[in-house]
Design a protein around this ligand. Structure first.
Ligand SMILES: Nc1nc2c(ncn2[C@@H]2O[C@H](COP(=O)(O)OP(=O)(O)OP(=O)(O)O)[C@@H](O)[C@H]2O)c(=O)[nH]1
Length: 398
């Protein structure tokens, strides 16, 4: 098989894949999938330009071929940013992607220069994608990343080989369609690499969709906090760990006060907004490893790791202050809450026991007039009375 025929096979392959990908994945996809689709489309256009170069205008269409190939690898690099993790060096990737076709076009009259320049530029882009694929991304699967790394890595080696031949052993490598082993290897490799990259991209996209589904299954849609089921699952694991290391742990159940009034006065939408605002305040007070969920209705649950009653009291003070700050920007009735605390004094205590104790304390807080934090029969609130600045926080104990 000659090189020209293999390139036509590559074009047919990549063109059909570039149509099949959006047909299979749909148009409304994540940014990562969109970049992967863009990369394949850019490949298809690139090989179309390559075939036109001979028939129309070699310099222009060969330079366009380089431009679209560079764009293809820049898009692949961006797909990895979304699927794996943001990596440094975006400007460098784009600089190489722009300089490769520009240098090729400017130095077109020198065959050794343009072949070396273009192949080294493209190989640099492939290597950049390979590096971003192998850098740590604990949430992402290893298999599709392995396939992508090997496929692009082999192509990068063959591309470097072609660049070195064209630039430094020009007489052995007179042109791209010559039946040289490097050309045959590259022409054979292209359809294989395109197939493998497509399969790896589909696997990455499926993995991303699974992750999103899992996130949605664990999240309360209105507030974005964990839902009750996910909270219980994670809290059980955190409790088991705390037991193993004899760490203290505190659990708070929080209930918004007179929430029905907010709904009655402002409508259900105002109630929803208030729940979102409270969740936002809650998030702003959370530290690494702590868990918060919407336990149901206007009730929230927080698990504080390595925390005793003192730390829970400080958390409550921070939360009241965060709520107070948000109340200042609201025109509707101010939000307030009551909370019940349970601490894991005895390592044998279960999550259900702690939830029950916190719930009883919450009931007491409501009974005693709301707006306070209770631990068993003791009030622990460090509260900022309405209208007073944070500096005026005072300790209220009974
Ligand atoms: N807007 C909105 N309201 C909700 C949602 N979930 C529960 N509620 C409302 O929350 C209100 C809870 O009312 P109650 O249980 O009487 O409690 P409360 O008015 O906060 O009174 P206290 O707890 O005694 O201070 C009910 O009116 C529910 O309809 C929700 O997702 N959105």
């Amino acid at each position: 098989m000659d090189v020209q025929t293999l390139i036509i096979v590559t074009l047919a392959n990549v063109f059909s894949v570039s149509l099949a990908m959006p047909a299979l994945m749909g148009w409304r996809v994540s940014p990562g999938a969109r970049y992967a689709q863009g990369a394949i489309l850019a490949q298809a256009i690139a090989w179309g330009c390559f075939l036109l170069a001979r028939a129309i205008d070699d310099r222009t269409f060969s330079s366009l071929w380089m431009a679209w190939l560079s764009l293809c690898f820049a898009c692949s690099w961006h797909a990895m940013q979304h699927w794996l993790a943001p990596r440094a060096g975006s400007w460098a990737v784009w600089a190489v992607a722009v300089l490769t076709p520009v240098g090729y076009w400017a130095g077109f009259d020198s065959y050794p220069f343009r072949v070396a320049w273009a192949n080294f530029g493209l190989a640099a882009l492939m290597i950049a994608v390979c590096i971003s694929v192998v850098l740590p991304a604990p949430h992402a699967g290893r298999r599709w990343r392995g396939v992508m790394f090997v496929a692009l890595g082999v192509l990068a080696v063959v591309t470097l080989w072609r660049g070195a031949l064209g630039g430094f052993f020009t007489e052995l490598y007179p042109h791209l369609r010559a039946p040289h082993p490097a050309n045959l290897a590259a022409a054979l490799l292209h359809p294989v690499v395109i197939t493998l990259l497509t399969m790896a991209s589909l696997a990455a996209w499926r993995e991303e969709a699974e992750r999103e589904l899992q996130r949605q299954a664990q999240t309360d849609l209105l507030t974005g906090l964990l839902n009750r089921r996910a909270f219980v699952e994670r809290a059980e694991a955190a409790l088991a760990e705390a037991r193993r290391y004899c760490d203290p742990m505190a659990l708070l159940i929080i209930d918004l006060d007179r929430f029905k009034q907010i709904n009655d006065l402002g409508g259900h939408a105002a109630g929803d907004q208030a729940l979102q605002l409270f969740a936002d305040a809650l998030r702003s007070c959370m530290r690494k490893g702590e868990l918060a969920c919407r336990y149901g209705g206007e009730e929230f649950c927080v698990l504080l790791v390595r925390a005793e009653a003192g730390a829970a009291t400080s958390f409550d003070a921070r939360l009241r202050e965060a709520v107070r700050e948000r109340n200042e920007t609201r025109t509707a009735a101010p939000l307030a809450y009551s909370a019940g605390l349970a601490v894991m004094g005895d390592p044998a205590r279960t999550l259900d026991e702690m939830l029950l104790e916190a719930d009883r304390a919450l009931y007491t807080a409501k009974q005693r007039g709301r707006g306070r934090l209770m631990h068993q029969d003791q009030e622990l609130t460090v509260s900022a009375p309405a209208g007073l600045p944070a500096a005026a926080l005072r300790l209220v104990t009974k």
